[in-house]
Design a protein around this ligand. Structure first.
Ligand code: HEC
Ligand code: HEC
Length: 316
């Protein structure tokens, strides 16, 4: 009888924590953020159909995009080194080759018309005391919405059909976040080690490290802090946090300097594939091992049953 009472008390408190306290604490610690599936409906849809060839002329000309951005697939090299760019703008502008395949169309249009609004950084760059380094497109003399649509059409037309997870990461996160396990720093992939015979030092590697240090200094000045290395972020943060945060950083961290980067759902999934690989490299092996272990137990069970039958058959 006494045991039963103790049991009831234990059960009562367990249920109270489970239904009363835990959900309450959870809602306090993790605020609920509505996930919008990377649709960016707060930005206006493109009202015009773009023309890629006119867009090309604008991107290369009046739009001034190539004054700051490289476009490797179109043979446009970077106008300056990552460090010279970061010294001027705080951060190295990304190559525009694959943005049309990774970023949302509404977002891209808004990025051209009003970058601060697209990036959701109006709290930081008020346009009076603090200015965003990328200027809003002022128009090239024609219908501005048409011109913007043309540039978006051009960027979409040049994006490669196949974009690897690594490339998606470099374009959308790489200018700010290093990934040590992926041997990636904000200015590029770490050069393969090859030491100098005379000095036994790897000069290229030392030079690279020096440049990384300088770049990170500019970046920290621009953003207020150095963005964290994302090698193992998939272990530190939940899937739910990551997708809602990348969709709109302000929703989770009011006042953060991280911009909304405007990835599509597919673009986000590509980036996550890369982060899964660096953060949990043994996942594919583990999963395939799981199937093998289950297979082993199935076969083992069948064999055991057969064996049991054959043993008992003789005893009856
Ligand atoms: C004066 C230099 C400058 C010019 C001109 C410029 N940009 Fe940028 N752009 C930048 C910088 C700097 C960034 C990175 C800003 C950041 O991450 O805070 C950027 C970022 C971007 C991004 C990435 C947005 C994201 O969140 O992923 C796109 C896309 C882009 N620019 C497109 C363009 C296009 C198209 C043009 C021409 C209409 C253009 N830019 C003109 C400097 C420039
Ligand atoms: C223009 C620079 C910039 C770009 C581009 C950028 N981030 Fe960030 N990110 C930041 C900064 C700055 C912080 C630090 C935020 C803070 O503490 O306020 C940050 C923080 C984060 C965090 C940590 C949040 C936390 O509290 O644990 C994650 C996760 C993250 N970024 C993911 C990404 C991903 C994924 C991409 C690419 C799709 C990306 N970021 C692109 C600047 C950037």
């Amino acid at each position: 009888m006494k045991e039963l009472k103790i049991l009831l008390v234990v059960v009562f408190f367990a249920l109270l924590t489970y239904w009363g306290v835990e959900p309450f604490a959870h809602s306090k610690m993790h605020k609920h953020v509505e996930f919008k599936n990377f649709t960016y409906k707060d930005l206006p849809a493109l009202s015009k159909t773009g023309d890629a060839s006119r867009g090309k002329a604008l991107v290369m000309g009046a739009g001034a995009c190539v004054g700051c951005h490289s476009i490797k697939v179109a043979g446009v090299p970077a106008p300056m080194s990552p460090n010279a760019a970061a010294a001027s703008y705080g951060v190295n502008p990304p190559d525009l080759s694959d943005v049309g395949g990774l970023l949302d169309g509404r977002f891209l249009a808004q990025m051209i018309k009003n970058p601060v609004k697209a990036l959701n950084l109006e709290n930081k760059f008020d346009g009076k005391t603090r200015f965003f380094p990328m200027p809003a497109f002022a128009g090239a003399g024609g219908n501005k919405d048409q011109e913007v649509a043309d540039m978006v059409a051009y960027l979409k037309s040049i994006a490669p059909k196949e974009i690897t997870p690594k490339e998606a990461y470099v374009t959308t996160c790489g200018r700010c976040h290093a990934n040590r396990y992926g041997k990636y720093e904000q200015i590029g992939f770490v050069p393969k080690t090859k030491s100098n015979i005379k000095t036994n030092q790897d000069v290229d590697l030392l030079k690279f490290k020096e440049n990384v240090g300088k770049y990170q200094g500019h970046l920290a000045d621009y953003l207020g802090k150095l963005p964290p290395d994302l090698s193992i972020i998939v272990r530190a943060r939940s899937e739910d946090f990551l997708k809602t945060f990348v969709e709109d950083p302000q929703s989770q961290l009011k006042g953060t300097a991280m911009p909304r980067v405007g990835v599509t759902k597919e673009g986000y999934e590509k980036v996550m594939k890369y982060l899964d690989k660096t953060g949990d490299p043994s996942k594919p092996a583990r999963e395939s091992l799981g199937i093998k272990v289950i297979g082993f137990f199935v076969i083992f069970t069948i064999l055991a049953l057969l064996w049991k039958r054959s043993v008992w058959k003789d005893l009856h």
